[in-house]
Write a protein that binds this ligand. Structure first.
Ligand SMILES: [Zn+2]
Ligand SMILES: [Zn+2]
Length: 369
């Protein structure tokens, strides 16, 4: 709305533009004040109608409830994210602003003024038309912001949880790095679900053990997304099971256990499988890697990747001196025996003789990485 001279905060409705328009030929006499007028509003002159009109009603003091933990605002019987205290003050005033029926072209202006972090004066001005005459009224309301804990934050503080994500690994113990990575992915995914409006998307508690971690979560629905996210990034599987945890409002309450298994092999593991030595790139539903015996790409359905043997991880590769490069092979000094041996030349190999290269020694031979 256009800026107005609203220095006076009297709650009086005034008429504007009353004298505008209408030719002099249609002059009548106002039955209330006896004045001649060329325009009537509900059968009286605009001024007399203005004296009777109350353009809006608003209590003098209003209370707003804001969660001191997450900033949610109790609005229309629900806890909602409402942004800044300024906005909360304005929304509270707007929620209680009562404008009578029959007013047209209504415009409402609000201007919050902070008297303290928790007390706001909201200056309100309203403009609206009746029978083509514009009326205007301003006023103010004091909004007191009460800080408390919203329903979700109370639950969170009370240790509420709907599900447990059990992070383990298939046929092995997950590494510390994997656990850290998983917990990071849990946080990431929970934040995304919280932003999408799942107020229960929080971690209540995390417990780490020798063989993995248990993450207690507020929302089972968010838990599903979390597991999906972890599997997308690290591979693995999840199995859900449900246990009855009690009753609420006559309904059974179930808790969900997400038994996550990180894949048996992680990136960089060197694995013997069907006469091949594979350096694993990814071991999810689909296993991908490089066959170190001939530098070819390797991929197979995860469920067919069986009867495997872990030979080590490329992180444990050794340095070896490159002696010579032949057409199909390279000569190196065995890092253990220091004998000269010829091994398979990897694809795109471009090191110079005399330099040190990374090799991985296994019972199936030495492989250049
Ligand atoms: Zn009158
Ligand atoms: Zn809260």
């Amino acid at each position: 709305m256009t800026p107005k001279d609203n220095k006076s905060e009297t709650k009086q409705t005034s008429a504007r533009a009353a004298a505008a328009a209408a030719p002099a030929s249609s002059m009548t006499v106002c039955p209330e004040c006896g004045k001649e007028t060329d325009k009537t509003v509900r059968n009286v002159c605009p001024e007399c109608f203005g004296k009777k009109l109350n353009l809006f009603d608003l209590p003098e003091v209003l209370h707003a409830r804001v969660c001191q933990r997450c900033g949610a605002h109790y609005y229309k019987s629900k806890w909602e994210d409402m942004g800044t205290p300024d906005e909360v003050a304005m929304l509270t005033a707007e929620e209680h602003l009562a404008i009578p029926d029959g007013i047209e072209n209504i415009t409402v202006g609000m201007h919050p003024v902070a008297r303290s972090p928790y007390i706001y004066d909201v200056l309100v001005d309203v403009e609206g038309d009746v029978d083509g005459v514009t009326y205007y009224k301003n006023g103010k309301v004091e909004v007191r912001i009460k800080r408390e804990a919203c329903e979700m934050c109370s639950r969170r503080a009370g240790g509420y949880f709907e599900g447990i994500i059990q992070i383990r690994a298939n046929n092995r113990t997950p590494t510390k790095e994997e656990i850290t990575e998983c917990l990071k992915l849990v946080e990431e995914s929970m934040m995304a679900q919280l932003k999408k409006g799942d107020k229960l998307a929080f971690v209540t508690d995390t417990m780490t053990f020798k063989d993995g971690a248990d993450v207690y979560i507020g929302s089972s629905k968010a838990g599903k997304h979390v597991c999906k996210h972890i599997i997308e990034v690290l591979g693995g599987t999840v199995a859900e099971s449900y246990t009855l945890a009690g009753m609420k409002d006559g309904k059974d309450i179930y808790r969900t256990t997400f038994a996550m298994k990180l894949p048996e092999y992680k990136k960089g593991d060197v694995v013997y499988f069907e006469d091949k030595v594979i350096e694993i790139k990814n071991c999810g539903k689909r296993v991908t890697g490089i066959n170190l015996m001939n530098s070819s790409n390797f991929f197979i359905d995860g469920e067919h990747f069986k009867n495997t043997k872990l030979l080590g991880n490329t992180a444990d590769a050794q340095e070896a001196v490159l002696v010579a490069i032949e057409e199909h092979g390279i000569q190196i000094l065995d890092p253990v025996t220091f004998e000269t041996v010829t091994i398979q030349k990897p694809m795109g190999f471009n090191a110079l003789p005399g330099s040190e290269i990374k090799v991985f020694k296994t019972e199936y031979g030495i492989f250049a990485l």
